[in-house]
Write a protein of this length. Structure first.
Length: 47
C-alpha cells in the first residue's frame, strides 16, 4: 500500500522496514527482550 501511495506522487518504493527488522537488527543484539512498536515503519523511496 505504501508503494501505491508513493507512486501516486511519482516516487518508487525501494525498501520498507518494519518492527521485526528493528527488533532483529537493533534490539535483540543488545540482549534485551522487548518488542518494537508496530507503528515503527521506515520507507526508502526514489523519484
Amino acid at each position: 500500500r505504501v508503494g501505491d501511495l508513493l507512486a501516486d506522487y511519482g516516487w518508487r518504493l525501494v525498501e520498507q522496514a518494519g518492527p521485526s527488522y528493528f527488533r532483529d537488527t537493533y534490539i535483540r543484539p543488545t540482549g534485551r527482550d522487548v518488542a518494537a512498536s508496530p507503528l515503527e515503519w521506515t520507507a526508502l523511496a526514489e523519484r
